[in-house]
Ligand binder design. Structure first.
Ligand code: NAD
Ligand code: TYD
Length: 348
């Protein structure tokens, strides 16, 4: 089976690619990635010479290129993760999110339909986010039946791509799966998202900008649990269906940040309380969703998946990884990253 995985040089994608390359030697894994600021082949150094692995540097916005790649390699199945993924960037540049997340997704499905004749043999698996459902109050959970109500340009672009995938299923019979997952954390996450940004800032003795009052709630899932859910859904999921993936692990931002600060003080041998002193409450993110929480019972009872990692251990492993990979961190936080954050901090 020839599987095209898009966005495989990014955070979640690199863990998905490694897992499929190592676990399924009979599958050939094609990793298609444009290597934007968020893509990094360093993430895949350990598997780059595997016989069942090929990297294709391509932009999913480039329709002609995507069509010719499908014609050349005749991929059987697609796991689509390539995306612009950061809410804050979507606020300053929404059109980039439309181009990659919406148009890019359509380009892939169109190219697949061009070459897929017996549709039953194929699959287009779209990896999406719980943010498409908007924001919860203090009670309740998102389920597969929750109405779409995206609040940020990022979540609106992912909601739109979810709708296009479903529409291609209805209109053209494209066999698809969609999963909507909660916030991931773990090694290789680009230091613009909360956890790796704050690890990096603590290392550099910079302020930790908490948006608003820090009471927003996220349901944190260790990235390898997301990978195992994707594997389960890819192999056992019922096509034309959606599955929600969550960690059963709700925390307010402040709870999470305080645990992170405590652990960082211990790991760095700094006096207790030194990282917490870096916390600065800043202007809230516009349209900041208050709470995300997932009811993942469909995935549990229909496909038998549950998350394995406990948050404290997962967080410690994540911190250990960043401390052991300071060159990775230094490489990805040079150049354009510095310019982006200098501008951002100046505007706060
Ligand atoms: P990421 O930003 O770390 O990686 C995205 C990857 O896509 C990068 O390697 C980048 O180079 C590539 N890419 C971006 N634009 C491209 C283009 N035009 N053509 C080809 N490649 C392109 O993102 P992530 O956090 O790993 O997220 C992966 C997917 O999972 C996304 O679709 C995201 O919406 C979804 N998701 C993420 C989370 C999370 O917490 N990070 C949670 C749920 C769902
Ligand atoms: P983030 O990692 O950007 O993920 P998402 O917005 O997709 O949930 O942010 C997680 C939470 O942390 C979110 O409530 C916003 C908040 N946050 C801050 O308070 N400060 C920051 O610098 C960042 C990046 C996020």
């Amino acid at each position: 089976m020839k599987i095209l995985i898009t966005g495989g040089a990014g955070f979640i994608g690199s863990h998905v690619v490694r897992h499929f390359v190592k676990t399924y030697p009979k599958y050939h894994i094609y990793n298609l990635d444009a290597l934007t600021y968020a893509g990094n082949l360093e993430n895949l150094k350990d598997i780059e010479s595997s016989l069942n692995y090929t990297f294709l540097k391509t932009d999913i916005r480039d329709n002609n290129q995507i069509i010719s790649l499908f014609q050349e390699y005749k991929f059987d199945r697609v796991i689509h993760l390539a995306a612009e993924s950061h809410v804050d960037r979507s606020i300053s540049n929404p059109l980039a999110f439309v181009a990659t997340n919406v148009t890019g997704t359509i380009n892939l499905m169109q190219a697949a339909l061009n070459i897929w004749k017996n549709l039953d043999e194929h699959l287009f698996y779209h990896v999406s986010t719980d943010e498409v459902y908007g924001s919860l109050g203090i009670n309740g959970y998102f389920t597969e039946e929750s109405p779409y109500k995206p609040n940020s340009p990022y979540s609106a672009s992912k909601a739109s791509s979810d709708h296009f995938v479903r529409a291609y299923g209805e209109t053209y019979g494209l066999p698809f799966l969609i999963s909507n997952c909660s916030n991931n954390y773990g090694p290789n996450q680009f230091p613009e998202k909360l956890i790796p940004l704050f690890i990096n800032n603590i290392l550099e003795n910079k302020t930790l900008p908490v948006y608003g009052d820090g009471a927003n709630v996220r349901d944190w899932l260790y990235v390898l649990d997301h990978v195992s859910a994707i594997d389960t859904i890819f192999h056992k999921g019922k096509t034309q269906e959606t599955y929600l993936i969550g960690g059963n692990n709700e925390l307010t931002n402040l709870q999470l940040i305080k645990s992170l600060c405590e652990l960082m003080d211990k790991k760095l041998g700094r006096p207790e309380g030194s990282s917490e002193k870096l916390i600065a409450f800043v202007k809230d993110r516009p349209g900041h969703d208050h709470r995300y929480a997932i009811d993942a019972n469909k995935l549990k009872y229909e496909l038998g998946w549950i998350p394995k990692a406990t948050f404290n251990l997962g967080l410690e492993e994540t911190i250990d990884w960043y401390l052991a990979n300071k060159t990775w961190l230094a490489n990805v936080t040079s150049g354009a990253y510095r310019e982006y954050y200098t501008e951002l901090y100046e505007n706060r």
